[in-house]
Write a protein that binds this ligand. Structure first.
Ligand code: B3K
Ligand code: ZN
Length: 869
């Protein structure tokens, strides 16, 4: 498994002027005829006349050059591709290949999902369809003709606009699509099958009428309205915020059940995991609704940030992904509650990305090398990448950022470019020096900030001393200082912002390893609200007392930081309980903490979702990431202790919260969702009480029985699945009978059982592996059962007997032959093995070794396991 290096990038010796494809879909195979016009690349210099075309798992039928069939001695084929000597500066190749979509379990290239054909080409799937220069800096217009049976393929789609269609013999027909925008092969898509659609229209700001369609299987046709509404909102938002208009006459979304990730931004023809399209109140939770809105927007936004301007090479992946995640986060913040959106985004970053950055897979936002590019669709590239964009937005301001975006499109529309090109546009448009800032792209690891405060009452001076450092990461023992925007506010004794600038929040720019910032005319010692809105992706060493945190929780004008204070307080309290347990003692709940939480509940916060967030305790997975030696059992016990104590001592408050926020009518507004989330958090606390009063149990059971929306049903079901109630089995069985034909609801049923904290969960998971709804071939099912147990059930996965570890290793070995891309994702819980006690380390390492010694191990799994060992 060779390593690919960024420094080895060379401009391609040949470029493609156009490609035209014919797909003949047959029952047990598909024949692909590709006609490609090549030309020597004038930018390549004297690179020689050898042309290499990528191609994998293809059966080559024949190849013609400028209309003449090539004899077998005119070209060479191996398992990576085809090479030949170019006959001149400009020539045409016609290549016929045969592929087998039915046998394709990798879900990359052309495959079938519930009988329907679909493709996934990013990053390197096009080479599983035909021989081609399969790299993102080769841009060409595509014409695609599809031929299939009218009976099983009444619908046949590809990128661009449909330019022709008609009848063929033997009950077959054809459709021809043309995409005039030159694009890289990773954006190619084909869909064919028995699909229905809903249709709507959007008028762009310049008055063009765009046809919008969502294609699904017939049984799902009633579940597409929310995705359509989200699409129209996204189209409007991109016009209003960035002046970006859609460019083709039609925009299509297709939902399929078998998909390796969330969705794919193919030009004009987005293909989605059905999880991010289908929703009805009875079947989808509020989080599902928000997820659909965010992912539909994300893929739509790629039309400009990704498709019109694409990546030069895959090391630049964050050019499109970091930027597009930032754009979808901002869109969702505008559609819903901005602080709640920020809290969610930061939680994802701190749980997933910080963990990645502190382990063996740590890599820069723009990686320097990889074995398998699919392993680099990571939280670092996506979520930290988005934070890097956000920091530029913070430093330049909204207007300056927009100027930079305008320049970026003016310079690079239709090109394949680098992260440096993006930063240069931002810097040039604003005449702002971002040289040091680019270290965010090249250095991996999470910086740590140490804060010390000094107040001189005589001089009325308050000063903040900031030190930054960054722990070593693989291949990077030493780091240079980052250019960091640190947003702060100073609160006076009444909790009001002291005006330290014309705004309440001031953005300090930390550039050195250590700097001191002094504020004059400060009469009394202020309370600092540090790193407002999480203005940089760093860890801050705790430096504030419980009193100060409680004060910020009650008064901070930055709503994000109010919540942040609540999390820090909770973290301190949980770790105090953990220490007590580890010392063999009895933990006690700090009264001050209880008072702060209680005050928070009665504080009259009218953003209910925000209050809900503040009340939620940090997850065990997140807390584990904060520990030097992880102790899963005591961590679980400590967190449970805090939850149980809070619930027991604030039982009246939580009961009131539940009742106040229990609405008779179901609505999908941000306010209504906020109330539902708060109500369900209250219920979760109440049911955590030791032997909860019968009245509470009855309320929980009644909610399960009578609720008409999935948010309320699933919240109750999850609590019940976690409990020792006698009715547990019966209720899980009842839910199954009701929803057995809905795969997305069955995913929830599996997740709920896999994340139950009961002792016997692993046995239950093993039983569910042979349940008819489960399949190792469907990524959603694998994620819902195997992924949920191993990555979201910390205490049970890390059971001291090591049975969870053996279970996961077995699944990874099984996935190696079915779908290695998903298999590689599943390795993640093992990568932090060095952070556990000696015995657990030993058991996890044994399993990693067992995996690495598997015969024919894929590059995907090999890379992550090898780097972990
Ligand atoms: N660009 C795709 C991800 C492709 C993953 C390939 N292994 C979805 C997205 O980020 O929008
Ligand atoms: Zn994306």
């Amino acid at each position: 498994h060779p390593t690919i290096y960024r420094k080895d990038y060379r401009v391609p010796p040949f470029i493609v002027e156009s490609i035209s494809l014919i797909f003949q879909l047959q029952d047990d195979h598909t024949d692909v005829f590709a006609t490609t016009r090549f030309r020597k690349n004038p930018d390549a210099g004297e690179e020689g006349d050898q042309l290499f075309l990528n191609g994998e798992d293809l059966e080559l039928l024949w190849i013609r050059c400028n209309s003449d069939e090539l004899a077998a001695n005119m070209y060479q084929v191996n398992e990576k591709g085809l090479s030949l000597t170019a006959p001149g500066d400009s020539f045409t190749l016609e290549i016929a290949t045969r592929i087998r979509p039915d046998a394709n379990t990798l879900l990359e290239g052309l495959y079938r999902s519930n009988g329907n054909y679909c493709t996934q080409c990013e990053a390197e799937g096009f080479r599983k369809i035909t021989y081609y220069i399969d790299r993102p800096d080769i841009l060409a217009p595509f014409t695609t003709r599809i031929e299939g049976n009218k009976s099983n393929c009444p619908v046949m789609l590809s990128n661009g606009n449909k330019v022709d269609e008609g009848e063929l013999e033997d009950g077959r027909h054809y459709a021809v699509w043309h995409d005039p925008f030159p694009k890289p092969s990773y954006l190619f898509a084909l869909v064919a099958g028995d699909l229905r659609y809903i249709e709507d229209f959007f008028t762009t700001k310049s008055g063009r009428n765009i046809c919008l369609r969502i294609y699904v299987e017939e049984r799902n046709i009633t579940k597409c309205d929310h995705a359509m509404l989200s699409l129209k909102k996204a189209m409007r938002w991109d016009e209003e915020v960035y002046g970006l208009e859609y460019d083709l006459d039609i925009f299509m979304i297709v939902a399929v059940d078998d998909f390796n990730m969330g969705a794919m931004e193919n030009k004009g023809l987005n293909v989605f995991n059905s999880k991010y399209v289908l929703a009805l109140p009875e079947t989808a939770t509020d989080n599902d609704y928000l997820g659909i809105e965010g992912v539909v927007a994300h893929e739509y936004f790629h039309n400009w940030t990704g498709n019109r301007v694409t990546c030069r090479d895959w090391f630049q992946l964050s050019l499109k992904e970091g930027l597009t995640v930032f754009r979808d986060q901002e869109f969702s913040a505008d559609m819903n509650s901005r602080p709640v959106q920020r809290i969610d985004d930061v939680r994802i970053l701190r749980t997933g990305q910080f963990r990645e950055d502190s382990g063996p897979m740590a890599h820069p936002v723009r990686p320097d090398s990889y074995v398998e590019i699919n392993n680099f669709y990571t939280s670092t590239v996506y979520n930290k990448g988005a934070e890097v964009i956000r920091m530029m937005h913070t430093l330049l301001g909204a207007e300056g950022f927009r100027k930079g975006m305008d320049l970026y499109f003016a310079r690079h529309d239709g090109q394949a470019v680098t992260c440096d090109d993006f930063v240069a546009s931002m810097a040039d448009a604003n005449d702002y020096d971002l040289d040091q800032f680019t270290r965010w792209y090249s250095q991996s690891g999470t910086p740590v900030i140490e804060v010390s405060e000094h107040f001189d009452s005589e001089k009325e001076e308050y000063s903040l001393n900031l030190k930054q450092s960054c722990p070593p990461t693989p291949g990077q023992p030493e780091k240079k200082p980052f250019h960091l925007p640190v947003a702060i506010g100073l609160l006076d004794q009444d909790g009001k912002d002291i005006r330290i600038t014309d705004d309440d929040t001031l953005v300090l720019e930390l550039k050195e390893a250590e700097e001191t910032f002094v504020f004059y005319g400060i009469e009394q010692k202020p309370v600092v609200s540090f790193l407002r809105n999480f203005s940089a992706p760093v860890r801050v060493k705790p430096f504030q007392s419980q009193e100060e945190l409680a004060f910020l929780m009650a008064h901070d004008s930055d709503l994000y930081n109010r919540c942040e204070a609540a999390f820090q307080l909770a973290e301190q309290v949980i770790f105090a309980a953990l220490e007590a347990l580890q010392a063999g003692g009895q933990p006690v709940l700090d009264d001050q903490y209880l008072t702060a939480v209680s005050a928070n509940i009665s504080g009259g916060q009218n953003d209910k979702a925000l209050l809900g967030q503040a009340l939620q305790l940090p997850s065990e997975t997140y807390l584990a990431g904060q520990m030097t030696v992880i102790d899963p059992d005591n961590l679980h016990a400590a967190r449970n202790f805090v939850k149980r104590e809070l619930a027991g001592r604030l039982i009246d408050k939580f009961t009131a919260l539940y009742l106040e926020n229990d609405e008779a009518e179901y609505q999908l507004t941000p306010e209504a969702m906020g109330k539902r989330s708060l109500k369900n958090i209250a219920l979760d606390y109440l049911m955590a009480i030791d032997a909860p009063p019968q009245e509470i149990i009855d309320r929980c059971l009644a909610q399960y029985e009578t609720a008409k929306n999935m948010t309320d049903v699933v919240s109750a079901l999850q609590i019940i699945a976690n409990s020792e109630l006698d009715v547990r089995e019966e209720i899980l069985g009842d839910f199954y009978e009701l929803w057995r034909n809905d795969p997305l609801v069955m995913d929830k049923w599996l997740i709920i059982q896999a994340t139950s904290k009961r002792q016997d969960t692993l046995d239950e998971v093993k039983r569910l592996m042979s349940h008819p709804v489960f399949s190792m071939k469907n990524p959603n099912k694998v994620r819902s059962l195997v992924g949920a147990f191993c990555a979201m059930n910390h205490v049970r996965f890390h059971d001291h007997k090591g049975l969870g570890y053996a279970f996961l290793a077995d699944r990874i070995i099984e996935l190696n032959t079915i779908n290695p891309q998903i298999g590689a994702r599943m390795v993640s819980p093992f990568t932090t093995w060095k952070k556990y006690d000696g015995e657990r380390q030993h058991m996890m390492r044994d399993q990693l070794e067992r995996i690495v010694n598997t015969e024919n191990l894929s590059g995907d799994i090999f890379e992550i396991v090898k780097k972990s060992l």
